[in-house]
Ligand binder design. Structure first.
Ligand SMILES: NC(=O)c1ccc[n+]([C@@H]2O[C@H](COP(=O)([O-])OP(=O)(O)OC[C@H]3O[C@@H](n4cnc5c(N)ncnc54)[C@H](O)[C@@H]3O)[C@@H](O)[C@H]2O)c1
Length: 330
């Protein structure tokens, strides 16, 4: 296979680090660009010795000049806790980040991939959501910095495609989970697992009857690579996610079973604009990419629980006070 030079923005994050790893496995050179806003050095530490891997600390809201064949644009905090911490920066990261990445792609004629999101559908009126659904987003709500930022980024991608004949690939990612998720960013899978492993009560917002679909990270990354490999005429947007729908309560019960925890369920009010149902229609991905998820929720949860178990052990041993030096007895 032809070795390509590939840039991954947001490469030190949850999805980005898995993508970098897979691209290296396939024999490509990887330039990982990240400002560590939500990413961690630990996510890419195992890649740093690889001669085909390079890391650049950079904020995508500023232009960058590099020579690459393909760009995956993943830079953006993805969880409400993080993207609402600095909403102006979130919109800037999506919009200015897209402008900078697209400007670079135009100059060097690189193919460019956008990690968009199911949040472009907002609180949807139809289920499951096909790509043709235009969405129902509250433009002034607390989630708008992320949702509207991502919508505007899609607009920019399609305008660069129409106006400058840029080769673009846009995917709309639905809830994805797996190792290297942030332990405390409020995303439901990591939240439940960490609470269960610490023996704490599991917090459910609302009645727990709202549904989500959960895609394991390895399946999603396969979808990214398949998308990048489609003919130039195929731009997307295409939904990537797992159409299996579970209620939040079912997820909590599964986590309790798999961790063997004795955690109780506690209920809190549903946050504003939290969608009640979210499920991808992946008909297009099946047809155009010959892609569909293969890893069942229970299997993916086991792998994720293993990761968090190890991480919690590492964190505990890191904070344990050093042993006092032995004093000589007289
Ligand atoms: N994980 C999901 O379920 C999901 C769902 C929908 C969309 N997405 C999208 O996928 C992408 C990756 O998400 P993730 O789950 O890996 O989140 P993440 O927070 O782990 O990763 C985002 C990465 O982007 C970096 N970043 C943020 N702002 C930056 C900036 N201005 N300049 C450079 N780097 C910056 C962060 O440091 C981090 O490493 C995001 O664009 C997100 O919107 C993810």
């Amino acid at each position: 296979m032809e070795r390509k030079r590939v840039m991954v923005t947001g490469g030190a994050g949850f999805l980005g680090s898995h993508l970098c790893e897979r691209l290296l496995d396939y024999g490509h050179e990887v330039l990982c660009v990240d400002n560590f806003f939500t990413g961690r050095k630990a996510n890419i530490a195992h890649l740093l010795d690889n001669p085909y891997f390079e890391f650049m600390r950079h904020d995508v809201t500023f232009p960058l000049y590099v020579e690459v064949d393909e760009i995956y644009n993943l830079a953006c905090p993805a969880s409400p806790v993080h993207y609402q911490a600095d909403p102006v920066q979130t919109t800037k990261t999506s919009v200015h980040g897209a402008i900078n990445v697209l400007g670079l792609a135009k100059r060097i004629r690189a193919k460019v991939f956008q990690a968009s999101t199911s949040e472009v559908y907002g609180d949807p009126d139809i289920h499951p959501q096909p790509e043709t659904y235009r969405g129902s987003v509250n433009t002034i709500g607390p989630r708008a910095c992320y949702d509207e930022g991502k919508r505007c980024a899609e607009t920019l991608f399609f305008d660069y495609h129409r106006q400058h004949k840029l080769r673009i690939k846009v995917v709309r990612i639905f809830n994805t989970y797996g190792p290297r998720m942030h332990p405390n960013d409020g995303r439901v899978v990591s939240n439940f697992i960490v609470q269960a492993l610490k023996g704490q009560p599991i917090t459910i917002y609302g009645k727990g009857t709202q549904t989500r679909s959960f895609c394991y990270v390895d399946d999603l990354i396969t979808g990214f690579l398949k998308m990048m490999g489609t003919p130039d005429s195929f731009t997307g947007p295409v939904n990537l996610g797992n159409p299996g729908e579970f209620t939040i309560k079912q997820l909590a019960e599964m986590v309790i079973k798999l961790t063997g925890a004795r955690s109780k369920l506690v209920y809190k009010p549903l946050p504003q604009d939290d969608p009640l149902q979210r499920c991808p229609d992946i008909t297009l991905a099946k047809k155009a990419l010959k892609w569909q998820p293969t890893i069942a929720l229970e299997e993916g949860l086991k792998r994720t629980i293993d990761y968090f178990e190890k991480r919690l052990v590492d964190e505990r041993s890191a904070v344990r006070p050093a042993k006092k030096p032995a004093t000589r007895s007289r």
